[in-house]
Design a protein around this ligand. Structure first.
Ligand code: B12
Ligand code: SF4
Ligand code: SF4
Length: 313
């Protein structure tokens, strides 16, 4: 007969999560110390929100004192297309091609939490996706979903790394899964070798140099006038595109919400260069691209336009 943890995992799969695992909400002293070192060395660049809640990020009980278990889930967003299928030279990272994953995952996590409450009516639970002060990759590894690769993303052995992560933290004990202790990167260094800005050293990222940071999180103009964003106007996929685990194990999602918007596939360079406030609002309503606002997207487009011109000279 299935125990409660197994029933819960079946329910999570029914809700569409490809991966689900459970970890004990234990202390994470090594990760806490690594996080603090990273912040001390300015690895976080201008992301002050990371620094502000570092105590909670490094210690789950500072965030949620009653925490006993962490259910970690992974949702596949790989749609089977790639940057070559896009008409323009301006590239959006595939995680932002469709609807905002935060909303979609939160909705599924709330359904899972409601299901749990049928069995444990007085349970206290928190649903987290991205924005909560929780080290999601660390918990996913502890819950057995996969390992943290040299590009710093979580890789699963059966779907690669094109998975969003989310969690439900509970104040009850559940049967935990074994920690994913293998590092299946081996001697590969494809991500480190391909990163055009040298933002990566093994298992570590310097956000300031990362195109994803520059195009999404950085505010204001770029200090370097000749800043090369290598064609990316929102996010960057290079280190994951080259990863052999993605080449071999990516599977197409059946979630139509992640399919690229027509404009992302069909718009030309000119269309993006002339994007209006009205089009921005229409195209990116319910999309994570809203984060940069029109002003940020335009900055990224014009920076790439300058690089394209320089290359043509
Ligand atoms: C801040 C952040 C960013 C920052 C910093 C990236 C990073 N690696 O942390 C920026 C803006 C650059 C970013 C970019 C992206 N992000 Co992001 N991001 C986050 C966020 C909000 C926090 C991550 C965090 O805590 N970073 C802090 C640092 C310290 O953590 P870390 O990289 O894991 O660092 C560890 C190592 O540095 C290590 N370490 C430190 N020192 C040392 C020394 C040695 C010797 C060793 C071995 C290790 C080591 O210890 C640290 C702690 O474990 C998470 C959501 C969340 N709440 O967790 C999403 C998240 C990590 N991002 C995600 C995604 C999808 C992306 C992008 C792919 C988006 C895109 N296509 O543009 C890129 C990927 C870039 C990359 N190569 O990582 C997903 C990743 C899913 C997955 N499968 O792993 C997450 C989990 C969001 C989600 N809910 O799905 N992101
Ligand atoms: S997302 Fe792009 S810039 Fe950032 S580490 Fe990966 S390859 Fe480098
Ligand atoms: S490209 Fe190679 S080194 Fe980088 S994460 Fe993938 S397997 Fe690991």
């Amino acid at each position: 007969m299935k125990n409660f943890s197994d029933l819960l995992k079946s329910e999570a799969k029914t809700l569409g999560f490809e991966k689900v695992g459970i970890a004990r909400a234990e202390e994470t002293p090594r990760e806490k110390s690594d996080l603090n070192k990273w912040i001390k060395n300015d690895g976080h660049a201008s992301m002050e929100w990371l620094k502000k809640r570092k105590e909670e990020r490094g210690d789950i009980h500072t965030y949620f004192p009653e925490a006993k278990s962490v259910i970690s889930v992974g949702l596949n967003y790989y749609v089977g297309e790639n940057q070559n299928d896009i008409n323009s030279e301006y590239k959006f990272s595939n995680y932002a091609w469709g609807e905002d994953y935060h909303d979609l995952i939160k909705e599924k996590l709330y359904q899972l939490l409601a299901w749990i409450k049928n069995y444990h009516p007085s349970v206290k639970g928190l649903a987290c996706v991205d924005t909560a002060p929780v080290m999601e990759k660390v918990w996913a590894q502890r819950a057995g979903l996969g390992w943290i690769g040299k590009h710093t993303n979580l890789i699963t052995p059966d779907h690669g790394s094109w998975l969003f992560l989310g969690e439900i933290i509970l104040d009850i004990d559940l049967k935990p899964d074994p920690f994913f202790s293998e590092d299946l990167c081996g001697t590969c260094t494809a991500c480190l070798d391909s990163c055009p800005t040298n933002a990566l050293t093994e298992y570590r990222i310097e956000a300031e140099k990362c195109i994803s940071y520059k195009t999404i999180e950085h505010r204001g103009d770029f200090s370097e006038k000749e800043e090369n964003l290598h064609g990316w106007i929102y996010g960057c996929d290079i280190c994951q595109d080259v990863c052999p685990w993605n080449k071999k194990f990516s599977k197409e999602t059946d979630l139509k919400e992640f399919l690229p918007k027509d404009e992302i596939i069909n718009w030309s360079n000119k269309d993006w260069e002339n994007i209006s406030d009205e089009s921005f609002k229409r195209i990116f309503k319910g999309s994570s691209v809203k984060r940069t606002k029109l002003i940020g997207l335009k900055r990224n487009i014009s920076q790439n336009k300058k690089s394209l011109k320089r290359n043509l000279k």
